[in-house]
Design a binder for this molecule. Structure first.
Ligand code: SF4
Ligand code: SF4
Length: 315
């Protein structure tokens, strides 16, 4: 049975969230509260949010905040932390992501990325910002990770937002079950839908999955009449070349239901999070803004009535 009525709720649903950001201006209209759900089916080579990828919680250590006090090592019940030259080293094979070391750290140098929360808890946080939503025409954005990788939790949050009259946006990579996406469409005011690369083989090489399911889901959403902004993260050496931009222009022109395209300049601001998780950071750099502006104009010229803009914020 389909459950697209906002007043049919499921009590006790929990999900894994790694952040709730308030007062965002870049993830939909107005002032927004952004709920970041953990877990993503893609592994984009340029990902700026490594903490979003795995579904389970992870412990991070930020070297610039650490004073070498050793309290994290004392707090760890599994002996996963040793102090070496004043720096805590974590054996991730022993770590159970219990978060005790983070609770003991006086500097917030250790942080547990991700935890299990109920829909009620998330909505309590969201509710604080309701006055700003009303004044600014804003609302709640569900991001990740991939929010549709936790469909029950996402749908229940969307249902609550609908009941309380909050505008909702879902940022998605589009790699999801159609049934979930269709149900979300009945409860979502705006989709921010990523098309990272048009060519399926390059898409697979750079994100780990082919894009046929993604394109199919986009077309089905458009056919439903959903409000969709197509968003394209642009990275030097990945998809900023003429051929990729021409392919994107043709992709948009061939789908007249696409009315808005947003080019998102790539960046390397997630490098410190890779270091905090003991991972190697990607090094793609950032595209030239002037180039993106000219690419956006070219896409507009090739697709009648499409607005193509360069995003101000960072993805
Ligand atoms: S999260 Fe828990 S198990 Fe992992 S290092 Fe910290 S205290 Fe030890
Ligand atoms: S408790 Fe925090 S500040 Fe102290 S050594 Fe561990 S990470 Fe560094």
């Amino acid at each position: 049975m389909r459950r697209d009525e906002a007043d049919v709720t499921e009590p006790g649903v929990t999900g894994r969230v790694f952040d709730v950001q308030r007062f965002s201006l870049h993830d939909g209209p107005g002032i927004r509260t952004v709920v970041f759900l953990k877990g993503c089916p893609l592994r984009c080579a340029w990902c700026a949010n490594p903490e979003s990828q795995r579904p389970d919680p992870q412990i991070a250590w930020f070297a610039n905040l650490c004073v070498g006090c050793g309290r994290c090592a004392e707090a760890c019940p599994r002996g996963a932390v040793t102090i070496d030259g004043g720096r805590p080293l974590t054996d991730r094979r022993l770590c159970a992501a219990c978060g005790r070391c983070a609770a003991a750290c006086p500097r917030q140098a250790r942080r547990l990325m991700g935890c299990s929360v109920s829909v009620d808890e998330v909505m309590q946080e969201v509710r604080r910002d309701a006055p700003f939503f009303r004044r600014s025409g804003g609302g709640v954005t569900f991001s990740g990770g991939e929010p549709l990788s936790q469909p029950l939790f996402l749908l229940e949050c969307l249902r609550r937002c609908r009941r309380w009259g909050y505008h909702t946006a879902v940022e998605t990579c589009g790699y999801a079950r159609w049934d979930d996406l269709e149900e979300a469409a009945g409860l979502t005011d705006l989709f921010l839908f990523d098309i990272k690369l048009v060519d399926p083989l390059r898409h697979e090489r750079l994100t780990g999955v082919r894009n046929e399911l993604i394109v199919d889901n986009l077309e089905r959403l458009l056919a439903l009449g959903a409000a969709v902004v197509v968003r394209v993260p642009v990275l030097p050496g990945v998809n900023d070349d003429r051929e990729s931009m021409r392919a994107l222009g043709e992709f948009v022109a061939g789908r007249p239901a696409v009315r808005t395209v947003e080019l998102l300049p790539g960046h390397e601001l997630g490098a410190h999070k890779y270091a905090a998780l003991d991972l190697a950071a990607p090094t793609f750099g950032a595209p030239l803004r002037e180039r993106l502006v000219s690419d956006a104009a070219e896409i507009e010229r090739g697709a009648h009535g499409v607005e193509c803009r360069v995003a101000q914020g960072l993805s």
